[in-house]
Design a protein around this ligand. Sequence first.
Ligand code: ADP
Ligand code: MG
Length: 286
Amino acid sequence: MKRYRDVAGDGGSNIAGQVEAQQDQLKRRLASVASVVAIVSGKGGVGKSALTANLACCLALDGWKVGVLDADLNGPTQAKILGVRGRQLVLADGGVDPPVTALGVKVMSMDLLLADDAAPLTWDSPLQEEAHTWRGAMEANAVREFLADTNWGELDALLLDLPPGTDRLATVAGLAPALHGIIVVTIPSEVSQLVVRRSVTAAASTRAPVLGLVENMAGLFPGPDASRLAADAGIPFLGSVPFDPALSVAADRGEAFVVAAPERESAQALKRIAREVRTALQPRRA
Ligand SMILES: Nc1ncnc2c1ncn2[C@@H]1O[C@H](COP(=O)(O)OP(=O)(O)O)[C@@H](O)[C@H]1O
Ligand SMILES: [Mg+2]
C-alpha cells in the first residue's frame, strides 16, 4: 500500500490546483452576496438556529434577498425550521439550486443531502486529538463546498448558522473571502455567559465586525444581565428575545414565526433586532 510518505508531490492529483479552483469559484459565487454574517455562540441550545431562521424571515419581510447556510453538519436544523425539509435539490448552472421558503429565503443544509435516518457525520480516528483536527478540516471543506456550490444568486445577506464551539468561527472566517458581520448569542445564565465571553473574544480576533450580542430566552432563568456582558466586551447589545413556547412550536412546524404570530412580544423583539442588523449592513447593499 502506498503511504503519504511514498507519494512525491501530491501524487498527481493536483490538490493545490483543485483548492485554488474552488477558492476562485467561492469568490465568484459570493461576489453577488452583499453581506455574509455568522451567528455564533460557544454554547449549544441557546437558540442560534432559531434566531438565524427568524432574522432571515424578518429581513425577507423587509424586502431583503436572504440566504441561510446551515453550517452545523452534525445537527442540521435549518431545513426543518424554515419548512423546506425533504425538498429536492436541483442541479443547475454548475451548482445546486437551494430550496426557497414561502418568504423567499434560500436554504442550504446538510439535512437536504442526507436520507431521513442517516447517521450523523462522524470523524474516524483512534486518537481524539487527531479526530479533532480531522473534523476541523472536513468541516471546513464541507462548508467551503456548500458556499461555493450553491446557486445563491444576488443576496443582500447570507446568514451562516454555525455549530456550537468557539473554534468554529475561526474556520469560517478563514473560508469566506470576507465575513461582514458576527452576531453572538447567549442566554441569561452564568454558564452560558462564561462560554459566550470566550466567543466574543474569538469574534473580536477575526477581522469581521461584531454586529453585537443577542440575549435569547430572556426571562427563562434569573441570570446575569446580558447587556452588561456586551458593554464589558465593548460590543453593541442588539436586544433580548423573551422565552416564548410559541416560537419553539413555530420552529418545529417549519412556520415563519414572525408571520404566524407577529403580535407576540418575542416576534416584535426579533423584528427590532433585525432592524439593527439591517442598519448595520445597509451600507454594503448595492
Ligand atoms: N426565545 C425562545 N423561546 C422559546 N424557545 C426557544 C427560543 N429560542 C429557541 N428556542 C427553542 O430552543 C431549542 C434550541 O434552539 P436552537 O435554535 O436549536 O439552539 P442552537 O442552534 O443554539 O443549538 C429549539 O427547540 C428552539 O425552538
Ligand atoms: Mg443550531
